[in-house]
Design a binder for this molecule. Structure first.
Ligand code: NAI
Ligand code: A1CAB
Length: 272
């Protein structure tokens, strides 16, 4: 398959992660363009990745096979209404915005091929994971284009119901932040236990990395891996019992529900 030409509308954090991942995978800079209303963002992304940038969204999408809407949900309507007259029938629209439904995008852009997806920031290291959903107008070739884009930066998993995007947002879209929070908390606790801060940070980070790598490579599930670390009446058991006595699993469920609920709420608030 030839490399699709990709235009990013909005050159912020997530666009930078995706563009960085695509460039690291070998996508030529000439196949990628980006627009942003901020001159600083345009200069930064063009300096970092050697891509052409535009102040005009309409100019940026000219000649693109795939248009990636990578702006905040709050400006999606305004941007789509401005772009609607400029998008060609053959151009695939990929939205990465949390909480903006295909129906809203079609209201603003007209009926067209749309893939909604939810990536995450480790895309920058090509270690991302995304959930993707395509509407009925997306052709098999366009599905492949979207998959090619997201799988350049990590694992891409198709969903068969759009509502599942809310759950993907809660688990993996926002998920890196939960692990960062745990890393922050473990580092601080290690320091309080008497370690130099840098040592506590390195121990925490490499434990997180090792545990994730082990879980991905393992043919047994996480609960069995946890059991193998947990000696009867040992140190791990003392920690796990403390987590569970204070409702760790219920808290995680509550937090993910809040994220999924917020995703659905954004769709209601911003989708009109
Ligand atoms: N940050 C994350 O971890 C993830 C974010 N997302 C989604 O990605 C989208 C972008 O998020 P971030 O990159 O974090 O936001 P960001 O604020 O870093 O980037 C958005 C960019 O859009 C630009 N912009 C604003 N109005 C514009 C307009 N009218 N025309 C062109 N550019 C405009 C801003 O100047 C900014 O550079 C959001 O919809 C978010 O829901 C999805 C998955 C993960
Ligand atoms: O916090 C947010 O709304 C976005 C979507 C997923 C990650 N960041």
């Amino acid at each position: 398959m030839t490399t699709p030409r990709i235009a990013f509308i909005g050159a912020g954090n997530m666009a930078a992660s995706l563009i960085g991942g695509l460039r690291a995978q070998g996508t030529d800079a000439s196949a990628i363009r980006a627009s942003d209303r901020g001159a600083e963002q345009r200069n930064k992304i063009s300096a970092e990745h050697g891509i052409e940038t535009f102040a005009s969204n309409a100019e940026a999408i000219q000649g693109a096979d795939v248009i990636v809407l990578s702006i905040k949900p709050q400006v999606m309507k305004e941007v789509c209404l401005d772009l609607a007259a400029h998008i060609g029938e053959q151009q695939l629209v990929v939205s990465i915005a949390a909480g903006i439904s295909c129906a809203s995008l079609e209201n603003w852009l007209g009926p067209r091929a749309i893939v909604r997806c939810m990536p995450n920031t480790p895309a920058l290291l090509r270690q991302g994971v995304s959930g993707l959903y395509s509407n009925a107008q997306v052709s098999p070739a366009q599905r492949q284009q979207a998959e090619q884009l997201l799988s350049a930066v990590g694992l891409a998993l198709w969903l068969d119901q759009e509502a599942q995007i809310d759950a993907v947002t809660a688990v993996s879209g926002s998920g890196p932040a939960y692990f960062f929070l745990l890393i922050e908390a473990m580092t601080a606790a290690g320091e309080k236990l008497g370690l130099p801060r840098e040592t506590a940070a390195q121990l925490t980070l490499h434990t997180a990395l090792g545990a994730a790598r082990m879980a991905v490579a393992s043919d047994v599930d996480a609960s069995e891996l946890r059991r193998r670390v947990t000696s009867p009446a040992g140190t791990t058991e003392a920690a796990i019992k403390t987590f569970q006595a204070d409702g760790f699993e219920a808290l995680v469920e509550k937090a993910l529900n809040a994220a999924a609920h917020r995703s659905a709420e954004l769709a209601e608030q911003l989708g009109q």
